[in-house]
Design a protein around this ligand. Structure first.
Ligand code: A2P
Length: 279
């Protein structure tokens, strides 16, 4: 089928507002891909924040005018990186991702350089243990935070949980953790012990070493037993949450039951939540 292709030589592209160039695209499954784009020289952001990105929409049949089609995307790369990375779902009838999934190196996308978001270290009070709870592409902000040295400077232990339907959906995160563990700079902070950075992947619809939703595994205490750690407590634990709406609501309830309170940039507390981009 004919897909509207981005033509970087078309005159319209030259005037694309906030254009950035795609430098790399990786397809993980038929529903997941990641890509990198050039970073505007002036763009500063805090690891965990999101920006609006997208493509030019189709021309309005009446006026012929094109409007940008933008969605919120967590920046998956750390704030020190030269390029910007994003991790996205592919929705076949999604207005943006049905087209975005076809980008290739050299193509341009629109990126509004105004980073915002609540999944930032500033929104949490100091603590000992930091949990990153994610489902699906909700992993993205944690891909940024887990490559930020501050994460390991500020906490004794960092636990990344990622729940997906199938094993292949975990691969981006699995390679990410491997990269972090072998990175020279981060390794110095994490050390060779296995307990400073803990990775806890689970699947719900395909057999894997750990099956089940993280919410259920928290509720029945499996996570704490598996990791040999104390239950979540407001004195020690901080958490960041990013996933589907249902997931966020359920995890919020659990964290509140453990005695944690929701924080914000202007009012840091014990946990923060953000909804993953869905389509
Ligand atoms: P499940 O397969 O049991 O629905 P999705 O691909 O639909 O975004 O889901 C990603 C992962 O998040 C799936 O493994 C899914 O499990 C899980 N999930 C969905 N809703 C919740 C929830 N309320 N609590 C915990 N995990 C959830």
């Amino acid at each position: 089928t004919a897909m509207p292709q981005l033509d970087t030589k078309a005159p319209a592209q030259k005037t694309l507002p906030d254009a950035q160039t795609v430098t790399e695209v990786r397809h993980w499954t038929d529903r997941l891909f990641s890509f990198k784009v050039t970073r505007p020289a002036s763009l500063r952001f805090r690891s965990g924040e999101f920006v609006m990105i997208g493509l030019m929409g189709d021309p309005d049949p009446a006026t012929g005018r094109q409007k940008p089609l933008l969605r919120a995307y967590s920046i998956a790369s750390p704030s020190w990186d030269e390029e910007l990375e994003f991790y996205s779902i592919k929705v076949q009838d999604g207005p943006l991702t049905s087209r975005l999934q076809h980008i290739q190196p050299g193509d341009q996308i629109i990126l509004r350089p105004k980073p915002v978001g609540t999944l930032v270290h500033d929104a949490l009070l100091p603590g000992k243990r930091l949990w990153f709870f994610s489902t699906g592409t909700g992993l993205a902000p944690f891909a940024s935070l887990i490559r930020d040295p501050q994460t390991f400077e500020d906490y004794d232990q960092v636990i990344l949980t990622h729940t997906c339907r199938e094993v292949a959906d975990l691969e981006y995160g699995r390679q990410l953790v491997e990269e972090v563990r072998s990175d020279e700079m981060l390794r110095e902070l994490i050390g060779d012990g296995l307990d400073k950075l803990v990775y806890y992947p689970t699947t719900t619809r395909e057999q894997s070493p750990k099956m089940g939703r993280i919410t259920g595994l928290l509720k029945d205490g499996t996570v704490f037993a598996d990791l040999g750690i104390d239950r979540i407590a407001p004195e020690t634990d901080r958490a960041m949450v990013c996933g589907s709406l249902d997931f966020n609501v359920e995890i919020k309830g659990l964290l509140e039951d453990f005695g944690l309170r929701e924080g914000a940039n202007s009012d840091p507390k014990e946990y923060v939540v953000e909804k993953a981009f869905v389509g």
